[in-house]
Design a protein around this ligand. Structure first.
Ligand SMILES: *Cc1c(COP(=O)(O)O)cnc(C)c1O
Length: 344
């Protein structure tokens, strides 16, 4: 059955975003984070397009995500950010992906099993994953064949740079003393902080998919994801009547309303109630009333909109984030399963 809502992913925009990030990474190689199923776009489709454009390094969160990518080509590198649990070991040892070892326990598990090349995460101040700097400098990594030594920035997307600079200063001594083939530090926002943060390999995610992590990226990052929903019904609400659950929107005049086949079960969450926008040619039509589970109402004014029409939802990520109160990351990774997905 053809779905009444769809997502179109723009291959050229994805590749253009990667090229801009690669250019901004200077001499460092530029990889791609494809965890959470390519931030909701479908990891396989993303890997295929970025590999064709020259990207060689990919990152997923878990071994289940590595497995879902299918047979992994030898010429590409895949890192599993959460490292290895005991229950991952059999699969991990048989798979070309490398674990990103995050704790002394993980390091010992990998070393004792005679696992080959690995990556290592050190914590430079975020207090999320990674060995402490003391552990890393104190011999915990001895004897490992480290391909990539990495750390992760906590607030590179905030205007205040002090935290990032402190993390950089914390990472530098370990980055220079621990033996590894490559060093990696910057995510999308980190790339915007300049060459000092790039090291040998960068790891953007969000900006590949159209997220703007930092003002330096504005105007360079193109929109990749375009949701559209079909009109189920066009109706007229009279002056003084209300629209939707809770009657939160009261019509100031007789109003033509289109009911669209999209709702919070599709990840188009309640934050868009009264704030979202739907586009018809040059016209912008406001979402009115509360978003329901499967439906959403828009004020179509005098626009020629009929039952069965497809209307594009405004999904410019910085704008949609401001409208909905969600982060650009949440907007992408919440996209539901009812969309028909296609690449152009
Ligand atoms: C998710 C993630 C990235 C990508 O971050 P973005 O902010 O989406 O660019 C890079 N490195 C690590 C360790 C991550 O977890």
């Amino acid at each position: 059955m053809p779905s009444p809502l769809r997502l179109t992913f723009d291959s050229d925009a994805l590749v253009s975003n990667w090229r801009w990030l690669a250019g901004s990474s200077g001499r460092a190689a530029c990889g791609a984070a494809v965890k959470a199923d390519g931030y909701g776009l479908g990891a396989r489709g993303v890997v295929e397009r970025l590999a064709a454009a020259g990207c060689r390094d990919f990152f997923v969160a878990t071994w289940a995500e590595a497995e879902a990518l299918g047979e992994w080509p030898a010429e590409l590198s895949l890192s599993v950010l959460h490292g290895v649990r005991a229950e991952d070991m059999a699969f991990a040892l048989s798979h070309p992906a490398r674990p990103v070892l995050n704790s002394v326990e993980q390091v010992n598990r990998w070393r004792e099993a005679g696992g080959g090349a690995c990556d290592v995460m050190v914590d430079s101040g975020m207090n999320r994953l990674g060995l402490s700097l003391t552990q890393a400098a104190g011999g915990a990594l001895d004897g490992l064949a480290i391909e990539t030594l990495m750390s992760h920035l906590a607030s590179a997307d905030e205007p205040e740079r002090q935290m990032s600079r402190r993390q950089l200063e914390a990472f530098l001594p370990v980055a220079t003393t621990v033996k590894a083939r490559r060093r990696s530090f910057a995510n999308s926002a980190g790339i915007c902080l300049g060459q000092d943060y790039a090291f040998d390999l960068t790891r953007p995610g969000l900006a590949l998919y159209g997220g703007v992590p930092h003002k330096a990226a504005a105007g360079h990052i193109l929109q990749v994801v375009r949701p559209e929903a079909q009109v189920v019904q066009v109706r007229e609400a009279k002056k003084g009547q209300t629209v939707g659950y809770g009657g939160t929107h009261k019509c100031k005049e007789d109003t033509r309303i289109a009911i669209l086949n999209i709702g919070y079960a599709d990840g188009h969450l309640r934050g868009f109630s009264g704030t979202g926008r739907v586009l018809a040619g040059r016209a912008e039509m406001p979402v009115v009333g509360r978003v329901s589970m499967d439906l959403m109402a828009v004020d179509i004014g005098r626009e020629a909109v009929s039952e069965g029409d497809w209307l594009p939802i405004d999904f410019d990520l910085p704008r949609a984030a401001a409208q909905s109160g969600l982060s650009q990351y949440e907007l992408l990774t919440s996209l539901g399963h009812r969309y028909q997905r296609r690449w152009t």
